[in-house]
Design a protein around this ligand. Structure first.
Ligand code: ZN
Length: 467
């Protein structure tokens, strides 16, 4: 089975050039000019950019949280991803109390089974750090898991203490696993929450007061210091503000093995969006919370100057008006108290167009930097490179055919995510994927899904790299 993409402009994290791309058996086999097309299906990409498919390193599909479950399962979430030009993601398998880490992964494998549209992997989140769980960490590489998540927040649910974090880092270092942290001080959040609720401060805006920026900075600095001492590779997820990102810059200046991720929403949603009268602010409750426009500018600059190396979504979808018409309970669970709002913002479909339009079109980042932060760097950090994350001979033919002139208005009315609101509602973007190709097969073509459930494959990951 041969396919040739002709007349396009190939864009990787380092180069931009006009070339034809030949795909054989799901892999890129030749890149060159005026390649013969005999016996191959021909895709004409004149005027189009050919970029490596997007990789979202941080998503939560079919995840139980706060008495409900995220609305997007593996089918709807991955379908939406494909429409937005994302061809691979890494989701979080959460160990349940009393489970082994491997059982956590198996539980999430079952959720994905038979529903997949794009390729995927799993990080494991250690939430029950018994000696047995800690000792199990090195064996994760045998099941293709090269990243381990530790929560420094969510006390009483997912949080582990510094002893467990330190021990997990030692094991991760020895087994060459990327240690990921959610860095906020969970003890402080728990105390602040208790005080705010006791004082009757229950509107959605108080979520911000329980998650001050300083404690994200503090927990990030703590994780970076422990990584420096243990020598573990550290990837801090969803960095939201200058307090934490400045710590990342300092750690990288000192030569530590540390890198940082941000998420699209931190550049577009702000504290003022949560402090509106009424309940609307609940839509933007997530941890760490949305911050300020000044933080957004700091994030753009940090993406440009390589302090931050990946942009994820932390896609975690709950309906604004759930619990009616057979819909899962959603954000309305927190109507009588912000602390009961299920945390999360949807975005798996919009990350690529939003970052392209606001980053590349505005001149904030180059086209090659766009590819680096939306695909290549995630592939490297998550142990999938060069199978994923680039267009090169021998790599999986995960290619997004991108029309730089196509205009689109983002809206919940037309998106493919299974959720009743959109963080970028009304945003007019220029530059959209028109065809999404995974392992040489067209998955979405001009607004039409072209594969059956179960097409997406599990990716075995190993040897993560600090970028
Ligand atoms: Zn998350």
């Amino acid at each position: 089975m041969k396919t040739i993409i002709k007349n396009g402009t190939v864009v990787t994290a380092s180069d931009t050039f006009k070339a034809d791309v030949l795909i054989e058996d799901g892999k890129v086999s030749l890149i060159g000019q005026n390649l013969p097309s005999e016996g191959a299906e021909v895709i004409d990409a004149a005027g189009m950019l050919l970029m490596p498919g997007g990789i979202d390193p941080h998503t939560h599909l079919d995840m139980p949280f706060g008495g409900t479950t995220t609305t997007d399962d593996f089918y709807t979430g991955q379908t939406a991803a494909a429409f937005g030009g994302t061809t691979c993601h890494v989701d979080f398998a959460l160990q349940q109390k009393g489970q082994t880490l491997k059982q956590g992964v198996e539980m999430w494998q079952e959720k994905a089974e038979g529903k997949t549209i794009i390729d995927y992997g799993f990080h494991v989140a250690i939430t029950d750090p018994t000696e047995a769980s800690i000792n199990e960490i090195p064996s994760l590489v045998d099941i293709g898991v090269s990243s381990l998540k530790v929560f420094q927040a969510y006390k009483g649910a997912f949080m582990v203490d510094d002893t467990a974090l330190y021990k997990a880092m030692e094991k991760a270092r020895d087994a060459d696993i990327m240690l990921m942290t959610h860095s906020e001080n969970g003890d402080a959040i728990a105390l602040l929450t208790e005080q705010l609720v006791a004082a009757g401060k229950l509107d959605p805006g108080y979520h911000l007061d329980a998650h001050p920026r300083e404690i994200e900075g503090e927990a990030s600095a703590r994780a970076i210091a422990l990584s420096a001492v243990t020598g573990a590779k550290l990837y801090i997820v969803h960095m939201s503000c200058s307090d934490s990102i400045a710590q990342m810059a300092l750690g990288r200046d000192r030569g530590y093995n540390v890198m940082g991720e941000t998420c699209t929403q931190y550049m577009f949603k702000f504290e003022e969006d949560m402090r509106v009268p009424g309940y609307e602010g609940a839509k933007w409750a997530c941890g760490p919370p949305v911050r300020t426009p000044e933080d957004a500018e700091f994030i753009w600059e940090s993406l440009r100057n390589t302090t931050l190396q990946t942009v994820a979504t932390d896609h975690c979808s709950f309906n604004y008006e759930g619990g009616v018409d057979g819909k899962l309970p959603g954000k309305e669970l927190g109507k009588d108290g912000w602390h009961k709002i299920p945390n999360g913002i949807p975005g798996i479909e919009d990350r690529m167009p939003v970052m392209y339009h606001n980053g590349v079109n505005s001149g904030k980042i180059s086209l090659n930097r766009f590819v680096a932060i939306t695909s290549t760097n995630a592939a490297k950090a998550m142990g999938m490179y060069p199978q994923k994350g680039t267009i090169a001979i021998g790599s999986d033919a995960d290619i997004v055919v991108w029309d730089p002139n196509k205009e689109h208005t983002i809206s919940a009315k037309t998106h493919h995510m299974n959720v009743d609101y959109n963080a970028y509602e009304g945003m007019q973007v220029k530059g959209m994927p028109v065809r999404t190709i995974i392992r040489g097969t067209t998955v979405v073509d001009n607004g039409k899904l072209c594969v059956e459930k179960g097409f997406g494959k599990y990716v075995n990951r190993k040897n993560p790299v600090i970028v």
